[in-house]
Design a protein around this ligand. Structure first.
Ligand code: SAM
Length: 219
């Protein structure tokens, strides 16, 4: 997975590559899918959600320019895998998940890997972030937003980096936002498909039509 799917496709950050080599991905997928854990694909997890394709996790993590001790907010805990990768690099992570069942499973997995000193899993609507815990040096949203969530942008530290898929529920562009004082520099980083960010800073709380998978589109 690391050599072919990540390094082979241009992931260069050795800390990201080492973390993804170290975190046992099979722990984060349902047991009947463990033989697919290192495949080049997103996989379904509990509550109709999904764990991202390994390349997408690597790309988003690399875009954050993670380093040990960095304070990171993740919106969309899902399986807990992205949080585990960040923690394996040494980041201090707050991760928010709207489904309590997913949050509980993620906590159990992170405990098994002894990563709970670095990761705090919370249940709730993460679309507005955690203003009381801001600023964050990095924020990663692992669900699709209709626009760059302003509330999250405002919670970045100076020079902080926000990575978020932005677009319609059907198709998004990965966007990197870097804070320079009151300015926010945005750069696009390719097409992708994620499950929708529900909640006040996302597509709202109504029913959003969902696609059955997410990950990088093979365009
Ligand atoms: N990062 C995850 C991983 O490593 O497995 C994958 C996340 S999955 C693609 C997207 C997650 O975002 C889902 O678990 C979904 O329940 C969650 N989500 C969607 N809207 C949310 C919100 N407003 N607050 C918190 N979690 C949300």
């Amino acid at each position: 997975m690391v050599e072919r799917q990540l390094r082979g496709r241009g992931i260069r950050d050795e800390a990201v590559l080492a973390a993804m080599a170290a975190v046992p991905r099979e722990l984060f997928v349902p047991s009947d899918l463990s033989r697919h854990a290192y495949g080049d694909e997103a996989l379904p997890i509990e509550v109709g959600q999904a764990i991202s394709q390994p390349y997408i996790v690597a790309q988003m993590t690399e875009m954050l320019e993670p380093r040990p001790g960095m304070r990171v907010l993740e919106v969309g805990t899902g399986s807990g895998y992205q949080a585990a990768v960040l923690a394996a690099i040494g980041c201090r992570v707050i991760t928010i998940e709207r489904h309590a069942e997913l949050a509980a499973t993620a906590v159990a997995r992170l405990a098994q890997l002894d990563l709970l000193d670095l990761v705090r899993v919370e249940v709730g609507d993460g679309s507005l972030g955690r203003p009381d815990e801001a600023p964050f040096e990095a924020i990663v949203v692992t669900a699709a937003a209709p626009a760059v969530p302003v509330a999250l942008r405002e919670q970045l530290a100076e020079g902080g980096r926000l990575v978020v898929p932005v677009g319609t529920p059907e198709l998004q562009e990965m966007v990197l936002v870097v804070r320079h004082g009151a300015d926010f520099e945005e750069s696009p980083a390719g097409a992708c498909v994620f499950v929708p960010l529900v909640g006040a800073g996302g597509f709202g709380d109504g029913q959003v039509r969902r696609r059955p998978f997410f990950g990088r589109l093979r365009l």
